[in-house]
Design a protein around this ligand. Structure first.
Ligand code: ATP
Length: 419
């Protein structure tokens, strides 16, 4: 066990391998991990995380186990981040008092700029200040609420801790089915609009939900199509504040493009640049791939392996599996001049249940008819372990043994090994 004494505004940065046990215990003072307070004397598992334990006033910490690296940093952007929180807090208070709309905050920036960590801090600080904002995750690459390939939202009522992660009770989830938007950009736009309209109606039926506002995580691709989709999301959400992590070019582009855009609070959108923390870990594409696989495994087994999914053999003839899209469409250049590509993002096509589906992640839809598959939110996910064509049986991993809440399943291009 190693003890670390941190002075005010310092943080202990460390990375704990997923195969080793590493624990932190707060021995004295106060400290937090991405805005969630540590309790004095309680041992917290850090396995599989890169993170910082930050203190506003000083603390003493004990680290057990062998982190891949660990060091104390005193140069952090957290004071500017908390100032940002304070402004949002005041806007929420005003909205609560007047029965109006609270701030809808979009966090944007390139990959590995600390967007997800920023969202966590803003949400945790908001919860600690008695607000319950809605967290919206539009980053299909990581899937912090459920699994990658989804657009999702959930109210945050309690601190998001490193051990438990985001709340998973009844999130609103739409399955996009891919971890990058390029092949189905119309569907991505459609699902963003769909999610936003549901969130709008939730806000209009509850003054508390409206006043607490939203914190929105976005994709790390901010060039070309990524930029267009970010802009689309900002407008569709009617964002009031856009926080740009690190990148001057994105900050300038958004400032120019949004100068006459009005957010849900009825004021011009504020675009704010924030510095990235020097502690943010850079991840290679294979590390991202592994993080996605780990996220899917966590969906079934829980963050600490405490959940018990069940393996079930289903009759393939009873499974109604669909895929979005109608196959490849001609490029615009192959169409007569002036004719737009016939985009129908809501089209789904049936999929024959065959060994090709093995290792695929499928969403269980709430839809009652195939035409409703894409616009319907999903109840959960199953993973196809094996397809036996002779017996026509499909072996699936499911979160529980309860019957599936819907009979329609949606597949995309997400494949992984879960067991
Ligand atoms: N101050 C810090 N010290 C140590 N690790 C940190 C710190 N801030 C963030 N991290 C870690 O760095 C990694 C990348 O951060 P984060 O996920 O917030 O970036 P991101 O911009 O959302 O990434 P992307 O959008 O590319 O997936 C995460 O593992 C996060 O836990």
């Amino acid at each position: 066990m190693t003890e670390y004494s941190l002075k005010q505004l310092q943080e202990l940065r460390l990375e704990a391998n997923k195969d080793k046990d590493v624990f932190v215990t707060l021995l004295e003072g106060s400290a937090e991990i991405f805005g969630a307070e540590l309790q004095l004397g309680s041992k917290v598992s850090l396995r599989g995380n890169a993170l910082a334990v930050f203190t506003w006033h000083g603390c003493k910490l004990a680290i057990e186990g062998e982190p891949d690296f660990v060091y104390v940093a005193e140069d952090t952007p957290n004071v500017s981040y908390i100032n940002c929180h304070q402004v949002l807090h005041n806007l929420r208070q005003e909205a609560q008092a007047s029965g109006g709309q609270g701030p809808r905050v979009v966090v944007a920036g390139p990959t590995d700029s600390g967007k997800s960590s920023m969202c966590r801090m803003l949400l945790n600080w908001a919860v600690r200040a008695q607000h319950q904002p809605t967290y919206v995750d539009l980053d299909i690459g990581q899937g912090s609420i459920t699994v990658p390939g989804c657009l999702a939202a959930t109210p945050v009522e309690a601190p998001i801790t490193i051990e438990e992660g985001y709340p998973t009770q009844a999130p609103l989830v739409y399955f996009f089915g891919h971890t990058s938007p390029d092949k189905q950009e119309e569907l991505y736009r459609y699902l963003v609009d769909k999610l936003c309209s549901v969130l709008d109606s939730r806000a209009s039926s509850s003054p508390e939900v409206a006043a607490a506002g939203m914190v929105v995580n976005t994709m790390g691709c901010v060039d070309g199509l990524g930029y267009e989709l970010l802009l689309h999301a900002i407008k569709s959400l009617k964002a009031d504040v856009v926080l740009v992590m690190e990148q001057d070019r994105l900050f300038t582009q958004l400032t120019n493009q949004l100068k006459s855009e009005v957010g849900a609070m009825g004021k011009t959108v504020s675009v704010v640049k924030l510095y990235k923390s020097g502690g943010v870990a850079q991840r290679s594409s294979s590390a991202r791939q592994q993080a996605r696989a780990a996220r899917i495994k966590e969906y079934f087994y829980g963050p600490d392996g405490g959940l018990q999914p069940v393996s079930v053999d289903l009759d393939a003839t009873n499974m109604r599996v669909f895929r979005s899209g109608t196959g490849p469409r001609p490029p615009s250049s192959a169409l007569p001049l002036g004719q737009a590509r016939a985009a129908n993002p809501l089209k789904v096509t049936p999929v024959v249940v065959s060994p090709e589906l093995e290792q695929s992640l499928l969403a269980v839809s709430h839809a009652q008819v195939p035409d409703q598959l894409l616009p319907s939110n999903v109840a959960g996910f199953v993973w196809i372990n094996g397809v036996d064509v002779t017996s026509n049986k499909v072996t699936c991993l499911m979160p529980t043994s309860a019957a599936m809440p819907g009979s329609y399943l949606l597949t995309g291009t997400i494949k992984t090994f879960v067991q």
